[in-house]
Each structure stands twice: as C-alpha cells, then as structure tokens.
Design a binder for this molecule. Structure first.
Ligand code: BG6
Length: 487
C-alpha cells in the first residue's frame, strides 16, 4: 500500500449524523488497526461549544467494546482539536488558516489538508468559496495539497449538480475533489469488477444473450432515525438510487476497462451510465412505484409529506450488450430486513423456465452465490437445486476495512478510483430526474406500507407483470443450500 502522506483531516459537520455513524467510527477503527500515520491530526469544526471530549464521547457510544479500546480513544483524543467557528461567516476562516499553519509548525513539516464536508447544501456556496482562497487552498501535488471530501447527495437535481460542479471548478482542480459514494468503497462492491473480469467463465456470458434481467435490492429495517430535515427533502430516489444503486448497476454492466486504473475505470462507468434509461414519460406510472411507511408523517410531524421512503423502478440500457435486458431496482426504509444484493438472472431462451441466479450479496452475509441444478443423487434421474456459495464470513471479511475507512485511506493517499466523477453524478441525475418530476404531479399514486413489511404490493406487481418475482438470498448465511426466497 502506498505510504500515507502527512495529513490533517478537517471535519465540517463533526457532530452530524454521518460523522457520528460513519466517519468517526472509521477513524477509531483505523487507529485501532494502526493505519493512521504518526503525524495524522484532526480538526473538528463546530460552533456549539463542542469539546474534544464530546467528540470522543460520540465515538465511544458507537464503538466501545472492550477496556482496551480506551487506549485507542486516548490516542484519538491526542490527535484531535476543536475549532469553534461559524462556517457561514467567511471572516472566521482566518482562524482555520492559522490553526492549519500552527499544526504544521508544531509538526515541523507540511501537511495535506483533507476537508470532509458533510454540511447542508445551503451552506455550500460560502464554505466552498472561502476554502478556495489561497490561505487555505494549497495545490502543490506531491508536496502539499488540499483535498475535498464531499458527501452525497451531490446536488438536489440535475441543475443544482451542474451549478455545484461549476462552483467547485472555479476554486479547485478536479484532482482535488473526492465525491464520496461509500457503496463504491464496500469490499463486496469492489469485488464486482474482479469477479466479472478475472473469471473467463463469465466474460462471454455477461450480456443480453445469456442474461434475462438484473435486480438490485437495497432495503433497510431502520427508518429515518431522526434525520427529518435531510430525509424529507430527499426521499429514497435521491438518497439511495441516484447515487449508491446506480453506481452498483454501473459496476455490474460496464465494459471491461482497458486497465484497472482510475482513468480507465471511470471512462467505462461514465460510458454505461450515459446509456441507462429511465422509463419513457408515458410509462412512468407503470414502471415506477413510490411508497411511504404508514407512520412516517406522524414520526416526522409532516402531515402532508409526499416524500417517498420506498422507491422501485424499471430501467433499460441502450447498449449493444444490454438491449432488451430490464433492470429492476427497489429500495426502502422501515422494511423487514437490511439487505443489499444484486441478482443476475441467466436464462436459456430455449427453456425459459430454467435459469441460473447469480447473487452478489453486498451486505449482510457478504458473498456470491450461484444457483445450479444437478442430478439428484441416487437411482432416480430427477434433479435438484443447489448453490455454489462463496462467503467472506470466517475468511477474509473480518480483516477487511469498512467503507468509510477505505474512503479516508484513499483520500489520504490521493487515489480517486472509488469516488464518483462529475460525469457519473450528472448521468445519475439524468436517469432519476424525469421520474422525480413525474412524482411531483398531484395525482401520482403514493403506496402506503406497513412498518417491517416487504414494501407496497405495487412493487410486487411491477415485476410480476413481466413474469418474475423479487429475489433475495440474504438468508443463505453461508450454510448448505437454501431455497431462494421470493418477496
Ligand atoms: C446513506 C443514506 O447514504 O446510506 C442512508 O443517506 C442510508 O439513508 C445509508 O441508511 C445506508 O448505508 P449502509 O452502508 O448502512 O448500507
């Protein structure tokens, strides 16, 4: 692994939901694994009189498992300082510039500045413009660089994403921008390309001649967990499909890159994303479903909210390899289980009732399973269904880094492969925007569903119309063959 440069991580939104749930625990695990470079420092920007102890308490609540972990928290405490600052006041940034300079004077060497931005969209203008000024923004590649880690959603619509790109382009070089999509940094998502392109068995069969359809399920048992302000303006389509799930689809359907380098991988992902099509306007009501869990309005105190907590969509891909292969995506909150999976359905056009399913379990029970039919052992000539199952559990998964650990390490070493490019983000908006526009119409149906269910019936009908059912393999648990569940 490339040596990590001396880095100071500046966290904007240090007490926010994402920092608490993902970023701060990731720092803890990196510290525990000894992956943080010696001089690594953290500046938590806050305006609420937050102290270093408060930050450590946030981490402790999420991760503390044993007494030994106290040592790790102490080490993190020593690396961290808090800068009390109102981020919407440009004049206060001179204090940030001095804090960065002081750290370097103390360390006796230059440091890269890694800015983690998990802030509301309405603050972006001020923060970006101020961070872009020369007292903070340094760009001397190989010596000292400011890098900007930007949380999704990247914009709220196609137009706002374009504006954001223009705004960032005025202040920073493209190589300084790291658009986080933490699904790309999940070990199992990274494995998709290795699995597809390192196994000749699949190379020739990964196309419309052999695959009848693709399904992506990303459902969650948690609700919106108090994130009303964020979620009610976002909804499931923007929160999961526009970013994480279209990125997964790109990994599943892109052509083989000329090499596994950052530039070649992005080139192919951009190419396929530009060919993914939403339903035609006249079919949107037939080929999409939006739903909301029954208690959402009372929980959020928004009695008229039309924000979807469930979304399902049928997509097509206008590409020589994928013509005629539908893609079905569903996602939702407050459902029966937490499952993220991609299912590739291989079919035999001569025997349409027979197929082989290849399931990539992104989480939980991370692994890959292939359903096969074999002869039933014994004197009879009957068949039975079995599974070839590769499961990370008990092998390498325990050692692999969590997505946000990978995000931080890659940003520290200046590798943007697992981050989303401008063109990818814009294509994802092009795909989702027509649907979001149609959903704004007052008479577009909203399907209500029960907490802990598998979502609205309409989502079942969406696929049943094409003679198929949603599949999930989540219960395989890496034990001997299980029957595929249909929900
Ligand atoms: C985030 C969404 O990007 O991803 C959340 O904003 C969602 O709403 C989360 O819960 C899911 O991530 P993971 O890694 O837990 O599947």
């Amino acid at each position: 692994m490339k040596k990590l440069d001396h880095t100071v991580l500046v966290i904007f939104g240090s007490t926010g939901d994402l920092a608490r749930r993902k970023l701060l625990p990731a720092l803890f695990h990196l510290e525990k694994a000894g992956e943080l470079p010696e001089g690594f420092r953290v500046i938590a920007v806050s305006r609420r009189g937050t102290t270093v102890e408060d930050i450590i308490l946030l981490i402790r609540t999420h991760v503390l498992k044993s007494k030994d972990d106290e040592q790790i928290l102490t080490a993190l405490h020593d690396r961290t300082s808090v800068l009390d600052m109102e981020i919407d006041k440009p004049e206060q940034y001179t204090r940030l510039a001095s804090a960065l300079e002081n750290l370097e004077v103390d360390a006796g060497h230059l440091m890269n500045h890694l800015f983690y931005l998990a802030i509301p969209a309405l603050l972006f203008d001020t923060v970006i413009n101020r961070l872009g000024q020369p007292d903070i923004n340094v760009h001397k590649p190989g010596k000292q660089e400011s890098r900007f880690l930007i949380e999704k959603p990247f914009g709220f619509s196609l137009e706002s994403a374009k504006n954001l790109i223009t705004m960032l382009g005025k202040c920073f070089e493209p190589s300084q921008i790291y658009r986080i999509d933490h699904y790309l940094a999940k070990e199992t998502a990274q494995n998709i390309l290795a699995f597809r392109f390192e196994n000749p068995l699949f190379c020739g069969a990964w196309n419309k001649e052999h695959i009848s359809h693709i399904m992506i399920t990303a459902i969650e048992s948690i609700g919106i967990e108090g994130r009303t302000a964020f979620y009610d303006s976002m909804g499931a389509m923007r929160d999961l499909i526009q970013s994480h799930l279209l990125q997964l689809l790109a990994l599943v359907t892109m052509k083989k890159p000329a090499s596994m380098t950052e530039a070649d991988i992005h080139r192919e992902k951009e190419a396929i994303l530009s060919r993914i099509r939403p339903p035609k306007p006249e079919n949107i009501s037939e080929e999409t479903v939006r739903g909301q869990y029954r208690t959402y309005r009372t929980e959020t105190g928004k009695p008229d909210s039309m924000t979807e907590t469930f979304a399902a969509i049928r997509l097509s891909i206008d590409d020589e390899n994928w013509q005629g292969v539908p893609v079905f995506i569903r996602t939702g909150k407050a459902l029966a289980e937490k499952i993220t999976e991609v299912t590739i359905v291989f079919s035999d056009p001569c025997k349409p009732d027979r197929n082989n399913l290849l399931t990539i379990r992104i989480q939980p029970n991370e692994g890959i399973a292939i359903d096969l039919r074999i002869k039933k052992p014994g004197f009879d000539t009957g068949f039975e269904d079995v599974q070839l199952d590769f499961c990370y559990t008990g092998s390498t998964i325990a050692d692999h880094p969590e997505a946000y650990e990978r995000v931080l390490v890659d940003a520290m070493r200046g590798d943007r492969t697992l981050f989303a490019s401008d063109a990818e983000v814009l294509s994802c908006w092009e795909i989702t925007e027509p649907v979001l526009e149609a959903w704004k119409k007052p008479n577009f149906p909203m399907h209500w569903y029960e907490l802990g269910s598998w979502g609205p019936q309409a989502a079942e009908q969406l696929v049943q119309k094409e003679g198929i059912v949603w599949l999930t393999d989540a219960h395989t648990l890496c034990t001997p063959p299980h029957k595929k569940l249909s929900h």
